[in-house]
Design a protein. Sequence first.
Length: 477
Amino acid sequence: MYSILVVDDEAELRKQVVSFLTSQGYEVDEAEDGLAAAEKLRTQSYPLVLCDVKMPRMDGMEFLKHVQEQEYSTAVALITAHGNVHDAVDAIREGAFDYIEKPIREDRVLELVEKAERAYHMLAKMKYSAPVLSPVLSSGDGNECVGESAGMKRVFQIVERLSRVNTSVLIRGENGTGKELVAKGIHYNSPRKDYPFIAINCAAIPENLIESELFGHEKGAFTGADQRKIGLFQSAAKGTVFLDEIGDTSPSLQVKLLRVLQDHTFTPVGSTRTVKADVRIVAATNRNLEKLIEEGTFREDLFYRLNVMPLFLPPLRERRDDIPALVHHFIDKFNQDHGIRIRGIAPEALKLLEEYHWPGNIRELENAIEHAFVLESGDQLTIFSLPEYIRKSARRTAMPIDDILIGRPALFNDMDWEKGKESFEREFIIQALKRNSGRINLTAEQSNIPKNTLLRKIKKYNINPKEYGGSPHTGLL
């Protein structure tokens, strides 16, 4: 979904722009200055930000610089005072997408937004027509390897070099770190990209069948071989064969793989003929191959043939800086997959994900976000929609539980029963309103609070539901 953030310290103007763009079918959010906008960008992605130049705390030019320093995939269009050409020229020179002048005209706003949206979709298409190695690696099948941490930038650099050559590759890393995704990235960014990419899990196929799967067999080669079969190495001609869990292969299969790597030939099961193997082999494992070599279960010569250019994928716990980008990537993915409009993630929920240890790595994070999609009834993911085991993990950390659940200073420092109850009630109602976009009836229903009670508590605690996503102000620009 193409979403827009409107940033202006003039509340009336800001809300009018939001109202107009919402009426045109766009998803629109707002912030009162550059500092508030920067905080929103930390937890949610916006393809376009409309930002006033003159604002307190952080002005438009400072905000533009912040976006560039953080390398957000966000176009920034600045709003300038009428006739202030100097600001406009400086903005374009510093990398702004465009600018509009006050007083703002509806047709000019719509023209700018449509132009930015066309550019956004054009860049999205280009992702898959040319190699994109950092901070996103295209796998060629609609999936992407996302990362901006130092460890992942190193991975992308190695992938870029591997894409230029034809050498074999050994990818190593824990389960769930994205080994097959990187293997696809190597293939689809290489000269072999127009030919097959065939993946096989060596641990998932019985030992007596895997040689036939890889190299094919002749009719009558073994019981049940009723006809001749072409193996995956022949089917992948001029392409890439990805051998996952290479450490689980048998000694006899290792001998045949070594021959493919050395001579680029193989012999089908039950045959005497030699077949040419014009394929690239990319292997992967989560096992300690050096230890297997010492134990005599993995051939040392095969290891060195595969390990020409080793590629180590860091576990997610060692690349926590990538978690926000990965979360937004999965939100975009599941929005498309499930037809749901989730606009981002609450700061306290993101904090919890950043602190979790992720034994299942990226695959576990992806599953956690999809779990949250199923449970979430609001327009952003919250801690309440995350898997229970992740929420429980917060209790085993040194993080204050109220900071995790509410994202605010401790509520119960005075240890006063009445004050504690009131603090909890107020925060509960605020979180419920946020989750339901400030809608009273829905909040009462979802939170199991009688509507009259909810209205009374809102009045008692001086809570304004409109601050949490109530109906935007309407009016002319």
